[in-house]
Design a protein around this ligand. Sequence first.
Ligand code: MN
Length: 232
Amino acid sequence: MSFLFQPEPIIAVPIQGSQQLYPVRRIYCVGQNYSDHVREMGGDPKQTPPVFFSKPANAIVINNQQVHYPPATKNLHYEVELVVALGSGGLDLNQNDVQACVFGYGVGIDFTRRDLQLAAKQGGKPWDVAKGFDESAPLSALIPAVGIDCSRGHIWLSVNGEIRQDADLSEMIWSVSDIVVHLSTLFALKAGDLIFTGTPAGVSAVSAGDQIKAGIAEVGEIEFELVAPRSC
Ligand code: MN
């Protein structure tokens, strides 16, 4: 048997200091995981448990490549996030299992069509069109988790050199291990699953021509230009 058409290539992310690539299976994302950001979006962090959503693997943009401004929005927001890359998984993991499941970390941007997300929230509708669009998940090279402490560390994002997000990983409401444990009650997690762990305060709109740079202490940095929409 042969394929009806050529399958798309596996989405693969570079690994710092390695010739190997990390093949991506799924992208899970956590919403509302920093108190200041929950407040800026109009919520109460103590009454708003984290929400999970997902993006397609082919939303990833690697190697600091340009990102095209997406269609169907007038309010595109950046969200810098610690990304957890699983090297193994399972169902109903406990806290003691998590460390062995985490292969590494990266710096990701959860681009969001905020206008469509607000409409979805108001209408009680799914977030897919607000979150899962093409090129909505720029991602840095991954760093292996050995020796990396992601319970704290500076997380920041700048637009055209001006700092817009400036926080610490210790401000996360749900820790990396909390997130993995909770997610494993909902899905059988596997090697190749990425988890975007939520963004701190300071989100706002960007435009074509903006230069976006972001980083997380110990993990790495990402830098790219947001460019005009694709013409076709
Ligand atoms: Mn996010």
